[in-house]
Design a protein around this ligand. Structure first.
Ligand code: ASP
Length: 370
């Protein structure tokens, strides 16, 4: 619970949602019978960007006050994007193999049935807001690279020469020094060298094992049953320049259906690009599954489709982690993961209800990563 926001304030804020709904119509809470909820990856309850609230707490408070759900979620993830201590997102996100921070983000607005996304965006600290501008100011769903940056500039976003922080640059240099100094090995060798470098950095305590990939996904539902979601990331650390993960791809790293629910992901994006997992989860909700069952089904699909030897461990299971954060339009929620622990770290997710922000262990398909 953030220091400035005690349990009573949360209950009060939740009540305000009901009262706001009562103006000119039946109280929203009772009308839709939904208890608002916000779920996110665990960094959603970690970083405060120098303020007093985490992502899920801020988003929940704004939703409870009756603000637009997507605006509330974006305001929440902006904290992580702007906080240099979160090196998986936005400003200070871990850069690509050339040391350049390239950001991906997507947003989906359930009630308005609209979506926007950006990929490989350089120089703008808050790609989630640029994704929202794509949604609102264009006829398109996805802008990439130099075009996305030009669009951001035209929309009035500050474009900076470099989004690295001392932390992200130091980590990149460390990585660079560990791989072949020529760097451009043939792709197979490069992959092996890059993996080995990441593993060594984890072993030496230089890299958080849960932040080799790293992202924030945040989804929420209001008392009126309005569902929205946002995913924003600096993507896979030291990725090949131009590599786009699942985060900005609708259906992969985020999917929202205003009638049904929302799902988003962190972890190995390629698994979600191949399986369109977030879309699969929301379609499972449509067929009546619970958030937990819908998420587990996607994890099973990924496990079944992970057949390449290099991607499997000795047990034949995926050698990577992937997590989903799910809400349904009735206020149900779940945080699920391929593994309950990964390289010795408990895998968790962030949640906020009227009882305040919490960090909880995920429900896992496989209890422990070997
Ligand atoms: N899914 C993101 C990607 O593959 C990274 C992450 O979530 O950690 O780009």
């Amino acid at each position: 619970m953030p220091s400035s926001l005690d349990r009573r304030s949360f209950v009060r804020a939740s009540l305000v949602a009901g009262v706001a709904g009562a103006v000119g119509q039946a109280p929203a809470v009772r009308a839709a019978g939904v208890r608002p909820v916000v779920v996110a990856s665990s960094n959603g309850n970690r970083h405060k960007n120098g303020g007093t609230q985490t992502t899920v707490a801020l988003a929940f408070e704004r939703i409870a006050k009756g603000e637009d759900v997507l605006d509330a979620l974006i305001a929440g993830v902006n904290l992580c994007e702007l906080d240099p201590a979160d090196d998986s997102v936005g400003y200070g996100g871990l850069p690509n193999a050339d040391g350049v921070v390239q950001l991906d983000a997507s947003v989906m607005h359930g009630p308005r049935r609209r979506a926007g996304a950006v990929a490989c965006l350089e120089g703008v600290r808050t790609p989630s807001l640029v994704a929202k501008a794509v949604m609102e100011q264009t006829d398109h769903h996805l802008l990439v690279g130099a075009g996305a940056q030009l669009f951001a500039r035209q929309m009035g976003f500050a474009v900076e020469a470099d989004l690295n922080t001392e932390n992200s640059r130091k980590k990149w240099l460390d990585w660079k020094r560990r791989i072949d100094p020529e760097h451009y090995l043939d792709p197979a060798q490069r992959e092996v060298a890059a993996d080995a470098a990441r593993e060594a950095m984890i072993a030496h305590g230089r890299l958080d094992p849960l932040h080799v990939y790293g992202t924030i996904n945040c989804n929420g539902v209001s008392a009126r049953g309005e569902v929205c979601g946002v995913t924003t990331t600096s993507g896979l650390a030291w990725k090949i320049p131009g590599r786009v993960g699942d985060s900005p791809i609708l259906g992969a790293g985020l999917w929202v259906d205003g009638e049904v629910g929302a799902a988003g992901s962190t972890g190995r994006g390629e698994a979600n690009l191949y399986n369109l997992s977030s879309h699969l989860i929301v379609e499972n909700l449509r067929r009546g599954m619970s958030c937990l069952d819908a998420g587990m089904d996607a994890l099973r699909r990924i496990r079944a489709n992970t057949v390449e030897k290099r991607l499997r461990n000795a047990q034949g299971n995926p050698a990577f982690y992937v997590n989903f954060y799910v809400v349904d339009a009735k206020g149900g929620f779940a945080g699920v993961s391929m593994y309950g622990t990964y390289k010795g770290r408990k895998v968790e997710y962030a949640l906020c209800t009227e009882h305040g922000p919490e960090t909880r262990p995920v429900e896992a398909l496989i209890p422990e990563h070997p």
